[in-house]
Design a protein around this ligand. Structure first.
Ligand code: UD1
Length: 335
């Protein structure tokens, strides 16, 4: 049995589908602070199998320990956490509490229960501003905001844990920019309030829920002046979690980027989204957003070499799948 923390969220629900479709048994632990139990009902309808669920917080070590024992868990995929950069600047202690302390309690519960296989959802944000591109895993780590620092500290904690006990099997996954949705249109990203990230915002403009997009900066040293990112389809990302579980058959710790290796600009995303949706996406040019970098994309070679993973879906497919989810669920899971 695999424990998925944060399994009711955007990435978690897609990972749940990938694991269940591969024949694995999954139990989800989620405090539902930024997710909906409806996502798990949707996962069940995609897979045709029930998903075990416990509403609990990763900071509740006893609850986690109980789930590990009662479900006979052999590995944990840890996705639970707060993830908004802006909010982390305003409420850093919440981020340290939920993410760092939460991970510590989770690891303590695992240690007590003798469960020593852990896949951790980290982020390319741990690199900070790139000093060279593409970003490989050897790049220095210098996150620029509290959210990014929580991911960095958790990575450090995992490295220390492995150094202290070589029986652990640990995979650290550094996600680039996850977008898109399951091709069924049943599950997808369900941002509460105003989306911070590009794709959900573009989708809400295209569907008419918001008037226009602000493009933050058109004077970057990039081909069209707008920011360039490595957008990766959430189903490719989900497949990476299966790859890492298969790879963790022996003790060890490894860290890999999950990205496509290709950068796309904000304007390219808008144009692609317009093409697949048949809608126009009105936008205006605004000032640069504080903390944004011009260009960020992965060197994805290590993930391919270590665990045979590579992304397979194009930007067009990412936008098409995001659009399907948006049109089938204009109000997200709230409908
Ligand atoms: C952001 C986070 C990063 C996190 C990632 C998760 C920041 C500074 N970074 O990355 O830590 O891991 O999300 O997916 O928030 N853009 C617009 N208008 C918008 C929204 C975005 O022009 O309304 C632009 C941004 O300036 C950027 C690109 O779109 O150039 C992508 O932005 P976003 O989706 O927020 O991702 P990141 O900033 O790369």
């Amino acid at each position: 049995m695999i424990l998925l923390t944060g399994g009711a969220g955007y990435i978690g629900s897609h990972v749940a589908v990938a694991l269940i479709e591969a024949g694995l048994d999954v139990v989800v632990l989620d405090n539902l602070s930024n997710s909906s139990p409806a996502s798990l009902e949707r996962v069940q309808s995609i897979c045709g199998r029930p998903v075990a669920f416990r509403q609990a917080d990763i900071r509740d070590e006893e609850a986690v320990h109980d789930v590990l024992k009662s479900y006979d868990v052999t590995a944990v995929i840890h996705l639970a956490g707060l993830k908004a950069v802006g909010e982390s600047n305003e409420r850093p202690l919440s981020y340290y509490d939920n993410n760092v302390l939460g991970s510590m309690r989770l690891l303590s519960a695992m240690q007590r229960a003798g469960v020593k296989t852990m896949v951790f959802s980290s982020s390319a944000t741990v690199y900070g501003a790139p000093s060279y591109l593409p970003l490989d895993e050897a790049h220095s780590l210098a996150p620029t905001n509290p959210y990014g620092r929580t991911k960095f500290f958790i990575e450090e904690m995992l490295r220390d844990l492995y150094a202290s006990d070589g029986d652990w099997r640990i995979g650290v996954l550094r996600y680039f920019n996850p977008v898109g949705a399951h091709e069924s249109g049943f599950i997808g990203e369900n941002p509460l309030g105003v989306p911070n990230n590009l794709l959900p915002f573009v989708a809400q403009v295209a569907v008419g829920r918001r008037e226009k997009l602000t493009v933050w900066g058109c004077d970057y040293p990039t081909p069209d002046g707008t920011g360039v990112r490595d957008f990766v389809h959430v189903c490719d990302l989900a497949a990476g979690h299966l790859g890492v579980l298969r790879h963790l058959k022996a003790p060890g710790l490894f860290t890999v980027n999950l990205g496509t290796g290709e950068g796309s600009s904000v304007l390219q995303v808008i144009r692609t989204f317009e093409a697949v949706s048949g809608r126009t996406v009105p936008y205006e040019i605004g000032k640069r957003r504080t903390g944004d970098v011009a260009v960020c994309y992965a060197d994805p070679v290590l993930a391919r070499n270590v665990m045979g993973w590579k992304s397979t879906r194009s930007l067009t497919q990412m936008c098409a799948d995001h659009w399907r989810w948006q049109t089938m669920n204009p109000a997200g899971y709230g409908a």
